[in-house]
Design a protein around this ligand. Sequence first.
Ligand code: 6CS
Ligand code: FE
Length: 300
Amino acid sequence: MKDLYVSRVGRASALIARKEPVVYGAGQYAQALDADQLQDYERNGFIVLDAVFDADEIQALREEVDTMSADPDIRALDEAIYEPGSDTLRSIFRIHELGERLADLPRDPRVLDVARQILGSEVYIHQSRANMKPGFEGKEFYWHSDFETWHVEDGMPGMRAVSCSILLNDNDACNGPLMLIPGSHRQFVACVGETPEDNYRTSLRKQEVGVPDTLSLSLLSEQAGVTPVIARAGSVVFFDCNTLHGSSGNISPRARNNLFMVYNSVDNALLAPFHGLAPRPEHIAARERCVTLSPLAVHP
Ligand code: 6CS
Ligand code: FE
């Protein structure tokens, strides 16, 4: 397959215009977002939906994540990622399969139907994780496009995946909220530098390869600046796989736990990673377990 988005091949950085639509099939595949919301998403590359999950549901999700974070068996897995140089938990991957009470979450129609509508197809989970960002110790996630990594390191063919982030705490100006660059999803930032072998062993702790250069970041944020997601627990952010985002460290006393599920179109299943890299493990990029998700009859 021709590589439409060549990156990390040693040459200088470049901006490559996006080839794919943002919203597939004009948003007719499923009914979830209304026309204004779809337009917002199309223009910005993300949308924030307030109060999708109620306080009891969020409490239950937070308890499940807390239980998992304290479970020594889970903490010993490769799915558990720690902050650089510390035993502070940074992320737990494959959380929808590890957490008993999270098994149905990907099929909750309040989120699944938004993904099916945007991607214009049936979908499966490419990756899920909880980013813990604990108070005082949660470190930053530098600016990046998820798609740049998923394309180069996972062989994701095109831009037909969407991240769904469920806020388990209030995200405010102080506890390291997700920040997104509106409109950046329309340009692919080809990054410099070669990908080291088993890059994920360091990139999930602190990403240093496949990060955009500062000139590209400045250019892409000139138009519409940077939007921090300041929203209450229970809100949900959907952002396109190629929307540039990042978040600062959390030195506030309050955690910023966010749960992420990445929906990929069944028509965008992973190929072999580009440039001959070895495939990343299944818990980071699903290849074997790509179950097409059917919406639960009623949300749990
Ligand atoms: O490499 C990945 O798949 C992960 N890295 C980042 C910084 N965001 C997406 C994903 O969790
Ligand atoms: Fe990311």
